[in-house]
Design a protein around this ligand. Structure first.
Ligand code: ATP
Ligand code: MG
Length: 558
């Protein structure tokens, strides 16, 4: 009972519409699809659409289709088809054997156009693109009748066939739907539904020299596949009357219905395919999967998990009005997901040497370290301890400010998993940089020994100099300048953050991390979550991307 009640309350507006359709018998099943255009890599916004559509099919025990909307031959590429499939699989949306290409329906779309012509619902026009724009009118003025709209059905059939047979040049003739040139909705003013374009298509080659327009093709694709709920983003709301007109005039039984929701936008993040493409082409980023981007491939490379993206999409919810989500929420989700799953290791990103002067030279002690204090199931590992260690440069200060509890002359701190040490001095080079910190340790304070005579306020991490694994670590900030906003007001260009990438070449990791492979991720204590870069990392020279730091001011909205 309670479970059911909860479910009803948490239904989003799309689910409420679906419930209604099922209750009224409009449909007796739910069949959704994800229809990307293969003209770029998918991004976080697409992830929302994929998970929404796939999630609905799952929830209602229906079906989910993967369909490439490849009706526009200019921009489509096979590279994108492959990357899109990989990204969707990785997200966990499973189309089983239902992978489709809109271009496989070109014949049926052509037949559909012929059917409209025969019904007197479409005509061939000789107006140029510019004239069509002029005749269309504006939001305040009605459109004007197309002088070619009175052609007979026979003439239209013949001309359309000629269009198909390559008799005309690009732009010489178009097929228009006959709807209403005076409609208040401009999309209904006899929209163009077929155009001549002598172009090679990635799937159909040179078979066709006419191609259907999106607003005509999309409803047909949905209808052919038996889609019930065709979910798209808000900018198509004004196109819905045309969508309904197409499926009605083509007399499909159980025609699909379109439902719109608001696009996902993230603050200070470049999501538009067009902009990402430009960054890639201008060489500002290292390809479509540069870890600073929010393409799905980039998020995967950076170390985000499918679970974290699912949590994020869930938290964003589904809405009818556009708004931006704080990027920090995405970071929150990945932190939450990795927190208990990933081993916690010590890694020193900005090393300085610490010498324990009273620790026997040559001695190595194996200490036990928990892999995850909050999740004992992850077990423990060993870390070698000896006289010379690396610590973070910022964990020592010659002259500490108030409330600095880490190392400074005379102060005692805990070395994580090891002993208490007291700073006894330091060395400097000619330029005044601290090069070595000296300390002594107290053997009685070994971690796990139950020592409780004194407390220390600071705990710092370390790695053994001799056994440490050297690695490269890459730290990221937003690609765009947060202060200035994403787009430059004057010329629309991107306001880039010059510090979006910091490469640290000399980092040291505890030896338990050696052998890490592409996509393996860890928490490096106090420094954040890190993932092995699949492109640049090798077993001999590990490269890590920082997924996210540990700190956040983000609070989950109530
Ligand atoms: P972009 O505007 O980034 O270029 P697009 O809409 O042109 O994206 P398509 O390949 O046409 O990309 O999109 C496939 C599906 O993903 C469409 O149903 C579209 O509505 C949806 N989609 C695209 N961007 C977003 C977004 N930001 N949030 C939610 N859904 C989106
Ligand atoms: Mg598009």
């Amino acid at each position: 009972m309670e479970e059911n009640e909860k479910e009803v309350i948490s239904r989003n507006f799309i689910e409420q519409e679906i419930d209604k359709d099922l209750a009224e018998g409009v449909y007796n099943t739910v069949h959704t699809r994800f229809p990307p255009e293969p003209n770029g890599y998918l991004h976080i916004g697409h992830a929302k659409s994929i998970l929404l559509n796939y999630g609905l099919a799952e929830k209602y025990h229906g079906k989910f289709n993967m369909r490439f909307d490849d009706t526009n031959p200019t921009k489509e590429k096979t590279e994108f088809v492959e990357s899109i499939k990989e990204d969707i699989k990785w997200l966990g949306a499973d189309w089983e054997d239902r992978l489709f290409f809109a271009s496989d329906y070109f014949e049926q779309m052509y037949e559909a156009a012929v059917k409209l012509i025969k019904k007197g619902k479409a005509y061939v026009s000789d107006l140029s693109a510019e004239e069509i724009r002029e005749y269309r009118g504006t939001l305040t003025e009605p459109g004007k009748k197309d002088p070619y709209s009175d052609r007979s059905v026979e003439e239209n059939l013949e001309l359309f066939e000629n269009m198909k047979n390559g008799v005309y040049k690009d732009g010489e003739k178009v097929l228009r739907a006959r709807i209403d040139m005076t409609s208040p909705n401009i999309n209904m003013r006899d929209p163009v539904i077929y155009r001549v374009a002598h172009m090679n298509h990635h799937n159909t080659g040179d078979t066709w020299c006419i191609y259907p327009m999106y607003d005509f093709a999309h409803p047909i694709e949905d209808a052919i596949e038996g889609i019930t709920h065709s979910i798209c983003t808000l900018e198509f709301e004004d196109h819905r009357p045309l969508y309904d007109w197409v499926v009605r005039e083509l007399e499909y039984e159980k025609p699909p219905r379109q439902i719109e929701f608001a696009k996902l936008y993230l603050t200070n993040v470049v999501t538009g395919k067009r902009y990402i493409k430009k960054l890639v082409e201008d060489g500002i980023v290292d390809g479509w999967d540069d870890p600073r981007l929010v393409s799905i491939a980039a998020l995967r490379r950076r170390g985000f998990t499918p679970e974290s993206l699912r949590m994020f999409v869930e938290l964003c919810g589904v809405s009818k009005s556009n708004s931006s989500v704080d990027y920090a929420m995405l970071e929150y989700c990945v932190r939450e997901d990795l927190k208990l799953k990933k081993p916690r290791m010590m890694a020193v990103l900005d090393p300085i040497k610490l010498v324990i002067d009273n620790y026997p030279e040559g001695q190595v002690e194996m200490l036990e370290a928990s892999n995850n204090m909050e999740n004992p199931e992850l077990g423990t590992h060993q870390v070698p301890f000896s006289r010379e260690l690396y610590i973070e440069r910022e964990d020592f200060m010659e002259e500490p400010p108030k409330k600095y509890f880490r190392l400074f002359p005379g102060n005692e701190v805990r070395l994580m998993h090891a002993y208490f040490v007291t700073c006894t001095g330091f060395e400097k080079d000619d330029e005044g940089n601290v090069t070595v910190v000296h300390c002594t340790y107290d053997p009685a304070t070994k971690a796990g020994s139950g020592f409780s005579e004194r407390k220390v306020k600071g705990t710092i991490h370390w790695v053994p100099v001799k056994e440490a694994v050297k690695a490269e670590v890459r730290l990221y900030e937003n690609l765009v300048d947060e202060e200035k906003g994403v787009y430059n007001k004057e010329d629309g260009s991107l306001n880039l953050n010059p510090n979006s990438l910091t490469i640290l070449k000399e980092c040291y990791l505890e030896p338990a991390v050696s052998g890490a492979e592409a996509y393996d991720s860890f928490q490096f204590v106090r420094n954040g979550f890190f993932c092995v870069d699949y492109k640049d990392s090798t077993p001999e020279a590990l490269v890590f991307n920082r997924i996210v730091s540990l700190k956040s001011s983000f609070k989950l909205p109530k």
